[in-house]
Ligand binder design. Sequence first.
Ligand code: DOR
Ligand code: ZN
Length: 349
Amino acid sequence: MNKFLTIRRPDDWHLHLRDDEMLNAVTPHSADFGRAIIMPNLVPPVVTGGQARDYRARIRAALPEGAALKPLMTLYLTETTDPADVVAAHAEGLIAAVKLYPAGATTNSASGVTDFDKVRPVLEAMAEAGVPLCVHGEVTDPAVDIFDREAVFIERVLDPVRRATPGLRVVMEHITTADGIAYVRENAADAAMGGTITTHHLVINRNAILAGGIRPHYYCLPVAKRETHRLALREAAMSGQGPFFLGTDSAPHPDRAKLQPCGCAGCFTAPNTMSILAQVFEEDGKLETLEAFASLNGPAFYRLPPNEDRVTLRRQDEPIRYPETITAGEETVTVFDPGFDLHWQMEPA
Ligand code: DOR
Ligand code: ZN
């Protein structure tokens, strides 16, 4: 029997679309989201307002006719970012946020920040102008165990930076730990902090990557943690509470680059994200909070109205089959496999 759930059109507050052939191949899979925060970690990264404008034009060109998606651009914070450029790009509505990657933390993060004193003037200008800072919350210190890097980041970097920059609004991106959830909750008053949660981190724990064989398609950063953390993420996402919203971190890579002795990080969830989310929210008896997580809490944090229009999710008895891979030029990209059947599908209202 069919079941229906109608919600405001969802947004994706953390998305990688890449460039060139990959951009053309993956962008249509996010076309039904209302808005998406576009990550700037291209090679070379998007660091100026001018580059963000050019990249936005390339994204728009890659969207199918009639697509809902509006790309909201970000700038990649470097130690030489010009505060005036950031403030001007935000004032004209070109960028929605600035992204902080600690140098070396993840894919294409070599131009990120090592010395936080060097970015203090930019952060102060952002606090003043109300430009949110999206952070990749992991320390890069090789002495810190990879499973502890998020919790240590909060203590060594995030909290000191926030204390040193009163008024700076921060999104802790792709939270993977109970520690991250607790920190965002404690600091969410007056929308000073928000936190995105990915689709895949609601589904997998670290066993999925390592138990019974190594599964490169489940490897992403921050790496999935133990089950207690996954459960904390599910509770937060399904709480309906303001600070937590969807940021898929859908991060396509060619299979050729993932299936290597040293494979790269990223899960490609754009094609089936809403199906997976509906499935897990239903599984926990929380379908009624999906709209808050996917469609309401994000715009509230970013001080934007929710999307005007609605979408309907339809549940059918027969499982819905998504392609295992998509093609980008000569490359194939594997679609995230949640490991269970999907019955929900998003369709136009
Ligand atoms: O798994 C990830 N992939 N995490 C990130 O932070 C970056 C992303 C990418 O760009 O591939
Ligand atoms: Zn990302």
